[in-house]
Design a protein around this ligand. Structure first.
Ligand code: GLV
Length: 307
């Protein structure tokens, strides 16, 4: 059976996939001798015409946890199941990044970077980790792992998720009705939500103003969650003390975008959870083997929910 592969970032994953699935023929874009023979598409950031002619596709496998790149793809064949990565080594990497961002906020390192540039020798108030509360919006597999790591480091951690689901690593607020309560106690808001119609632009002035004055934002999800102008205004007003952003729209931002030079913003190039090649290919190969055997793999996306 044929697999069509496309990754904007990691072309060497194709060879690894072929090694794991010798009984399949894995083609790399644009090589696709017979689109109608393609049974599985394994993709990240595929071009608009990628799916043309793939009339017998059985599943699309995302080389990433987020599937907004697929659900908004103009050529995605309707009704074909989508399978996303669940963790695949990303959760620990993202937890490291959020731990760094939390330490940066709690120990005032963001401030010391500015003070150094001003040649100012000024110790700041000492705040204990157990007096510092981090709130995670989006408590899926990755959010729960981030919660565990922050708790182990001594922080108070709470979470917010859309619907009532058990098995969370931290105290959890459920649903839109509890959002204000969740926000009201936070020193750091971490965004780990999937990008869906419900969560697009969710971090706007209304949400930022519900945080205690001087809180911090860490966005490791998608740039589309944040309203850029509202974020800049919250920083300029002192409502937010700092923002650590791994994502933005577009990536990279335009040369004159304020994210590049705002003193309250630290920006990284979508590196919080780099693809862990071996884990990702093993998980994708396992899912394809399960589909071949008529089984249901983990990570099936609900298109109505958007994740
Ligand atoms: C990365 O952003 C992913 O969705 O895996």
């Amino acid at each position: 059976m044929t697999i069509q592969f496309y990754s904007r970032a990691d072309s060497d994953l194709l060879e690894r996939l072929q090694q794991q699935l010798p009984q399949h023929e894995v083609n790399g874009w644009p090589e696709c001798p017979d689109p109608a023979a393609v049974r599985y598409a394994v993709v990240w950031g595929a071009p608009d015409d990628f799916f043309n002619g793939m009339d017998n596709l059985q599943a699309v496998l995302s080389i990433g946890a987020g599937v907004d790149h697929l659900l908004s793809h103009p050529g995605l064949p309707p009704g074909v199941p989508i399978i996303r990565l669940t963790d695949a080594g990303m959760a620990d990497k993202i937890a490291e990044y959020v731990l760094y961002g939390t330490l940066r906020a709690q120990r005032g390192f963001y401030r010391y970077e500015q003070l150094q540039r001003e040649r100012h020798w000024q110790p700041l108030d000492d705040i204990h980790a157990h007096d510092f509360t981090v709130g995670i919006m989006g408590l899926g597999v990755i959010g729960n792992r981030v919660g565990e790591v922050l708790q182990q480091a001594g922080y108070n951690v709470t979470g917010w998720r859309r619907s009532h689901t058990g098995g969370n690593s931290v105290e959890c607020f459920f649903g839109p009705d509890r959002l204000d309560e969740f926000l009201s106690t936070l020193n750091v808001l971490v965004c780990l939500l999937p990008l869906t119609d419900d969560t697009q632009a969710i971090i706007d002035s209304a949400v930022l103003n519900k945080l205690p004055t001087g809180a911090h934002l860490i966005n490791v999800a998608r740039g589309g969650h944040v309203v850029d102008d509202d974020l800049i205004s919250a920083l300029d007003r002192g409502q937010l003390a700092s923002a650590l952003l791994d994502v933005c729209v577009p990536e990279p931002p335009a040369d004159d975008h304020p994210f590049w030079r705002h003193p309250g913003i630290a920006l990284t190039p979508h590196v919080a959870g780099p693809t862990q090649k071996q884990e990702s290919i093993e998980q994708i190969s396992r899912s394809i083997a399960q589909l071949d055997a008529g089984q249901t793999p983990a990570g099936i996306v609900d298109p109505a929910a958007g994740y």
